[in-house]
Write a protein that binds this ligand. Structure first.
Ligand code: GTP
Length: 419
């Protein structure tokens, strides 16, 4: 599931990067803009869906404040009803507060709860249309001369819907057309308004709505550009984090065996040494050396030698269980195992299990005087560090034990308690 999401995101990002060339790094601005338009101003599918979800998330977050603001502004105009439509002002208030305001409230409160994007879009569009339509309806009910100017507020309603409510373009166009037609009818039917004045009012409405639709498109484009920039930044941050993690891994890892490298061993050794000294706890060290590795290399070749080292590394690291234990490649065919809070006896047992694990690999070694398969020798030392002792003392003790294991015939564990 997580992988699917990752793959999907990768697709999104690759689409994004392709499109970002079009949008944010245009070789010639104008032609690239045209290309953007030719693509219908949308991203390709997966990214478009993500973008719409993001826009929707923002709108949902803001819808309550926007809705309340709209209700207050619309309600406030009730103050002018007694002047503009004095003969039907009670009716006007009834339409405002019994029909329109509840519709606005319901749309605002329930917007978040509508499951589908289509339902939410429809709710916004209907709310805008009902609010806008209420004005010509009230104007039509009045026979007062001021009523001819009452419905000009319809322009504000459409502007609010197109710009502040941030409707999708298709909804914005649909509500604008519906309210435009309604307004045209209302102006036409209005007594007391000459045809040129009615036409001029409607032209004003048309111009304002066209400007708002234009702004709607521009805002959509700007949002898309900002979204692209945000996605690219996220992608870069992810790549950067990945690179940092990789570098961190590389700085502590041996490339051949994937075990910790000598640098990481030195760091952890110093750390565990300090801890053991503070806690007066034993610290054990095992040095491992693959037996007769030179003849193995000489006879089977260097690549086979590398494979052998990888397998030995795997076998060694399969034995220690505690998270504080550390298996590292010391260099060449030598490995080192750090065992905090482990006394010599326990460390010897672990080393013996490692010896058997190497033996069980059954890597043929026809040129070894020790066995028919690859073997390893183990030098074990342990101490409770005290003042005056140094890490090098433990290392030297383990090295001495390894030397003895080699001298005694190899393929064995030799251990001493360092003092
Ligand atoms: N393939 C391969 N060989 C390596 C690597 N590092 C060291 N060696 C080889 O390991 C061999 C170590 O040989 P020696 O130090 O003589 O020890 P040995 O033959 O194992 O003999 P004893 O340790 O005494 O049993 C050398 O031939 C190195 O070239 C490596 O990363 N890959």
């Amino acid at each position: 599931m997580a992988r699917d999401k990752l793959v999907a995101n990768q697709q999104v990002i690759s689409v994004m990067l392709n499109e970002s060339v079009t949008l944010s790094a245009p070789p010639s601005g104008a032609s690239q803009e045209k290309q953007f338009w030719r693509q219908s101003g949308k991203f390709s599918t997966p990214m478009e869906d993500d973008f719409q979800r993001e826009v929707e998330r923002l709108r949902r977050r803001r819808i309550e404040r926007t809705g309340i603001a709209a209700i207050i502004i619309y309600g406030a105009f009730a103050l002018s009803d007694q002047v503009m439509v004095p003969d039907v002002y009670l009716m006007a208030w009834a339409i405002r507060f019994i029909i329109v305001v509840p519709v606005m409230l319901v749309s605002t409160v329930f917007y978040r709860h509508f499951k589908s994007a289509g339902a939410r879009e429809l709710a916004l569009a209907l709310c805008t249309i009902i609010t806008g339509a209420s004005l010509p309806v009230i104007a039509a009910l009045s026979s007062h001369p001021n009523a001819v100017h009452y419905q000009t507020g319809i322009t504000l309603v459409v502007l609010f819907g197109n710009i502040i409510l941030n409707q999708r373009l298709r909804s914005a166009v649909a509500t604008s057309v519906i309210l435009g037609v309604l307004y045209a009818f209302s102006l036409h039917a209005m007594r007391g308004m000459s045809a040129p004045i009615a036409l001029s009012n409607w032209m004003f409405f048309f111009a304002a709505v066209s400007i708002s639709l234009f702004a709607c498109v521009r805002m959509d484009q700007d949002r898309r550009r900002a979204y692209l920039a945000h996605c690219r930044e996220e992608e870069r941050n992810a790549q950067l984090s990945e690179a940092v993690a990789k570098l961190e891994r590389l700085s502590v890892q041996d490339t051949l065996t994937q075990l910790y490298n000598r640098r990481e061993f030195d760091r952890r050794f110093a750390l565990e040494w300090g801890r053991a000294r503070r806690d007066l706890a034993p610290l054990a060290l095992v040095i491992v050396d693959v037996d007769c590795f030179k003849p193995f290399n000489d006879n089977y070749g260097h690549p086979a030698g590398d494979t052998c080292l990888r397998k030995v590394a795997e076998a060694l690291s399969s034995v220690p269980r505690r998270s504080s234990d550390l298996v590292a490649r010391f260099g060449g065919e030598e490995f080192v195992v750090l065992l905090p809070e482990t006394a010599l006896e326990e460390a010897g047992k672990i080393a013996e299990r490692m010896r058997i694990a190497v033996l069980q690999l059954q890597i043929p070694h026809a040129h070894s005087p020790v066995a028919a398969v690859v073997t390893a020798s183990f030098g074990v030392a342990a101490m409770v560090p005290t003042a005056g002792m140094r890490e090098a003392d433990l290392l030297a003790a383990a090295d001495g034990a390894l030397y003895r294991a080699k001298a005694e015939g190899r393929n064995r564990v030799n251990g001493i308690v360092a003092a």
